[in-house]
Ligand binder design. Sequence first.
Ligand code: SF4
Ligand code: SF4
Length: 315
Amino acid sequence: MNPVEGASKAEGRAQARAPSPGAAQRPTNVLIVGVGGQGVIMVSKVLALVCQRHGFEVKQSEVHGMAKRGGAVFSHVRFGERVWSPTIPQGEADVLVALEWAEGLRWLPHLNAATGIFVCDTKRIVPPFACRNRGFGAALAYSSETPSEVLAHVAEGYALDATRLATDLGNERAANTVLLGALSCALDFADRDWEAAIAQSVPPETVEINLRAFRQGRQWIERSRGGEPPVVEAAEPIAPRPRALDYAVELQIERAWCKSCDICVKLCPERCLALDADLIALLARPEACTGCRLCEWLCPDFAIRVHTRAKEARA
Ligand code: SF4
Ligand code: SF4
């Protein structure tokens, strides 16, 4: 197992916050970050709902203007007896929840250095600017820090492969709810309150999977705090592929998840993708596809999977 992909640091654990209305001396600050399509806003809304139901004043602000294009999305949630400003000053986030690895690193300066709790998915969504050299096998300009290196610099931190956990449950899009479960361990609200808020916030047909994902996230943190070694397999590291095309490539495109944003079509270095008559991504030139995986990494809706397998040896 790659030691970087499921790691935690919980010594000197920060105190869980938000006890009862009236007791909070200052607002509790939770910053949730990720990229478009990952469900940052859903996490933020569920948290705000739970806080409101406990009688706290809640202020929530969010930026998601570039969400559909795979851009950064973040949401500040502040709650307490009285909250005057909707934004969290740098260095004052009590909890930073990141749905994407590099976004988590980017926002670390906002975390309270002495007591802040960092919860981060090791999921990597490579932004277009990291792929400016789109030649086959080219290295990507993406964070090379390992979770263990990063967690050494925070008071309490957890790096989990939430996407893999959600995939194992049957729906990788529930990764945000896995992280919600992890977040719930940092705050003093009861499970039933979180679960009621989730049930109210997601489509009825996805309530069950989301509740399972929430419990999975909680269990991961509880096991980690209990000293168990990380239980999640490593996410695939981003590395250049070998140059020789000694493998066959297959693209799996989930039509129901494609939002026709055109990102994959525009950024495929071999120009082998197109949108079909229904504006859904299509591998129009399979013979040109090298399996470079840029389309998989860049799709904000996880609609593309690239599968490679070794070619059979010729007789
Ligand atoms: S498959 Fe392509 S067009 Fe569809 S959502 Fe993903 S990046 Fe956009
Ligand atoms: S279709 Fe995807 S895997 Fe194939 S060359 Fe284009 S970006 Fe790379």
